[in-house]
Design a protein around this ligand. Structure first.
Ligand code: ZN
Length: 266
């Protein structure tokens, strides 16, 4: 007797071999959010084609009957019966793009709760992967920053960027070209309220980009700040996540370091 099957469009976030021939894939779908699935004989490349490659998008036919593997920590799994590639592999050959896409995956794995439907996250991830594919490699860091900002919005811990924390003046009314980001307050203070400039100095253009990132769809954002300025923003966002998202102080997003390598200091 066959159990009822379901068909879902999923992205591949992570895979690891299980026993000799099987693969466990951590997938992201609109209906289930993040979940794990067992692909029997997944090590054989012909069995699932390129559908188990990271960052690809496929239609997976799943056996929804859950299985438990005693030796795997991973909560519960469903089984992949077949898969058909929908999109991919769009991200290859560029170190920056691969690093950026890896950072997105790691953020989803660490920040988004498993087995909880999150259609907005699915859409955000899908658009961010597409943006990394389509945009020039030097834009990748900016897309990752925008993605992190949107994730903080979804989690309800977004930084407050429109006004100075002290005098409450908007960005365009405070003096100078920079402001001081305050990690613990998730906000910034203008140069006249904080003449000692304690905190992380960020350019106004970076704050403006961050502000636009929270308001616009990820592929419609027009970035104005430079790569160097976005590196500083990434530094701030990393600290922001560690401060405001439980658990991230002990397990920081490792892939982000590849986006800050010296070749980016142009
Ligand atoms: Zn101020």
């Amino acid at each position: 007797m066959q159990s009822p099957q379901s068909s879902e469009i999923c992205y591949v976030l992570k895979t690891f071999p299980y026993k000799e021939r099987d693969v466990i894939a951590v997938l992201l779908s609109e209906k289930r959010g993040r979940f794990s699935a067992l692909a029997r004989n997944g090590v054989q490349s012909r069995r699932f084609g390129g559908c188990l490659d990271l960052f690809t998008c496929s239609e997976f036919t799943l056996d929804p009957k859950t299985i438990r593997l005693s030796d795997i920590q991973e909560d519960i799994l469903v089984q992949v019966l077949s898969a058909q590639l929908k999109r991919g592999p769009g991200i290859s050959g560029s170190f920056e793009k691969l690093s950026g896409a890896s950072a997105l995956n790691e953020i989803i794995l660490k920040v988004i709760p498993a087995q909880r439907p999150a259609p907005e996250i699915f859409k955000l991830y899908s658009n961010a992967i597409l943006a990394i594919e389509e945009f020039p490699a030097e834009q990748t860091l900016k897309v990752v920053n925008a993605f992190i900002l949107k994730i903080t919005q979804w989690l309800g811990v977004q930084p407050s960027l429109t006004r100075c924390l002290a005098c409450e003046k908007p960005l365009n009314e405070v003096p100078g070209n920079t402001v001081c980001a305050q990690v613990a307050q998730g906000a910034w203070i203008c140069d006249s309220c904080r003449p000692d400039r304690a905190g992380m100095v960020l350019s106004k253009d970076t704050i403006l980009d961050a502000y636009h990132s929270m308001l616009n769809p990820i592929r419609k954002i027009e970035f104005t700040a430079s790569t160097k300025e976005h590196e500083e923003m990434l530094e701030f966002l990393e600290k922001h996540l560690q401060y405001f998202v439980p658990g991230l102080d002990r397990a920081p997003i490792g892939a982000l370091r590849f986006l800050k390598s010296p070749q980016w200091q142009a």
